[in-house]
Design a protein around this ligand. Sequence first.
Ligand SMILES: Nc1ncnc2c1ncn2[C@@H]1O[C@H](COP(=O)(O)OP(=O)(O)OP(=O)(O)O)[C@@H](O)[C@H]1O
Ligand SMILES: [Mg+2]
Length: 332
Amino acid sequence: MSIHHAGWRIFRRHGELVIDCEWPLLLIVVGLRPLIRSKTEMQPTGSTFAIVNQKGGVGKTTTAVNLSAALALLGHRILLIDLDPQGNSTSGVGASKGAGLGSMYDVLIGADPMFHVIRPSPVPRLDLAPSDVRLAGAEVELVPAIARENKLKKALKRIRDMYDVLVIDCPPSLGLLTVNALTAADGCLIPMQCEYYALEGLSALMTSIELIRRHLNPGLRISGVLLTMVDPRLKLCEQVAEEVKRHFGHQVFETAIPRSVRLAEAPSHGQPIFAYAADSRGAEAYLSLAHEVIGRIGLEPRWMERGLVGVAGPLATAAATPSEDGGDQTDG
Ligand SMILES: Nc1ncnc2c1ncn2[C@@H]1O[C@H](COP(=O)(O)OP(=O)(O)OP(=O)(O)O)[C@@H](O)[C@H]1O
Ligand SMILES: [Mg+2]
């Protein structure tokens, strides 16, 4: 496509919009460039992932926080939705819980629209829809509600297109909150701790996913299974990884998250791993996972297009050059 006019020409080259014009007009074009760029950038896809496993402590929240931060570092616009009453994702990105502001509880009971509760996080391009402890009561309060499984899906409708990826951190149960997450999601990402009982309870999770697919969300896919807290020195870990791969085949992400002291410490500082220990193996692993995720959903890393604008020093370094382990330790 190209448009010609006296003294100027607009055409597309390698997918980029090029404006070729005379000197006085060039000044105006340069002034308008940010506006033109934002109009011609890729449209957000609104891909929604639920991080789900009804087993407790398998790395759902660690994955939700650090995958969201990694995707934001790669230049994507991300919304992290904390649907767990424990609110660990909320504090994990440095936001305060229940500070008198709206939360996902208000959204689910229909008191507030999503855009009233969404707040920016300290990570550029990462927004947060926080949880608070009242969310625990939502499951009970929603029981008599009509279409109670669709509350989240409906709430996300108007804001979904503002983000490239939405990540939902689920609680450790298959109750109404998780059902809402799976009904709203395009795909689920299942973290599995590399331990002897990793596959225990999996049939209940698969049954829930199948039921939701059949009755509420036919498009729901398993976007990937993620091995977490992997210690390559342990033979048991290797055996569990092999068994999970036998069960899920290509659905298992090539990236495995190592057991890492830095990853365990970061939440107590209210920081994603890229701010707390950007040169750790945990940071490297979550960045690699982010690349796999965007590859699976067909997104291009935006940072090539925009540069790492607004990204703090250590965060930018991690995104640009994932490095070797810098003093990180693996638990014994
Ligand atoms: N790769 C890792 N290496 C070391 N510790 C980890 C790792 N991933 C998570 N942890 C730690 O394990 C604990 C459980 O992790 P996390 O909170 O992410 O699990 P969860 O599945 O969200 O738990 P819950 O079911 O209670 O919500 C946390 O203390 C976390 O810091
Ligand atoms: Mg959690």
